[in-house]
Design a protein around this ligand. Sequence first.
Ligand code: SF4
Length: 364
Amino acid sequence: MEHTSVIKRENQQTKSHLPSIYSLTFEQLKNWIIEQGEKPFRATQIYEWLYQKRVTHFSEMTNLPKALREKLSGHFDITTLKTLVKQTSKDGTMKFLFELHDGYSIETVLMRHNYGNSICVTTQVGCRIGCTFCASTLGGLKRHLEAGEIVAQVVKVQKELDEQNERISSIVVMGIGEPFDNYDELIKFLKIVNHAKGLNIGARHITVSTSGIIPKIYQFADEGMQVNFAISLHAPTTELRTKLMPINKAYPLPKLMDAVRYYIEKTGRRVTFEYGLFGGVNDQLEHAEQLAELIKGLKCHVNLIPVNYVPERNYVRTPREQIFAFERALKKHGINVTIRREQGHDIDAACGQLRAKERKEETR
Ligand code: SF4
């Protein structure tokens, strides 16, 4: 059985690839502008063209001198991403399959909430973490995304929303890949989308989620960023977590909890624990009790995720009543808990599903 979920269009020529302008933080762009002998305010103008007017050619940046526009196009690429598939769910969720310059493809999801539009971005092509419930890891890691390729997902989807006069109001870094495995590009991405002269998405409207790469949690705590932070926990004991998430062997649960405590102390911010419910595996009341004990006294919130059925894996869905019983058990201990609303059920919205399906169709 073939288990890779990564598509690479085999016959595609790898195009010559200039660095993406979307990979530059505002400071980096300003430094480049100064190096070119131009005035620093040009960086503000370029950021406005990129992120507020969202042009797709340097020639459209009409308030820049022609020589600068030519220099820009000689040094940088401004193309966003090629849309291979766009699916819209009955509930408004949109799922995109984008092609990268080298033929790999990535998924991005736009979710509609009553409080705004939220985009879920991908940070890697594939993933090497190996969570046993995840289709995205089946083919391993192909490559990291550059910051500009993560930014481009937001710009591309925002351009779709421009047609409806709507705006992306929040970002979740929870798509395919482990963000902390691509740490430097992640930090650049966060700075770019958060910048006041750019997309200006407030830090408190951005959430980063990790499977638990402990050294990076300490580093992230020290960055001083005000973004929301989530841990994919999924199990309340070392033994069970290792079964679900092999990363727990390298970064065991007690040490992960030490890192979480450091994060909370250092930032003063609340942590969200993502807990996927897998029928008969981690969804019993004893697990709720163990979870309550594990996170007792922490400034935290638990997000229960009724997991979609992934055809390649054997986990079954937790029955509805059991989900509510699990929630009640946590609430009894005074734990702040919510159940994630399911979106895009009719469009393969679980991570990796669209890409896996596309690939199957390609190889038929
Ligand atoms: S759940 Fe996330 S971290 Fe785990 S294998 Fe899938 S993409 Fe990687």
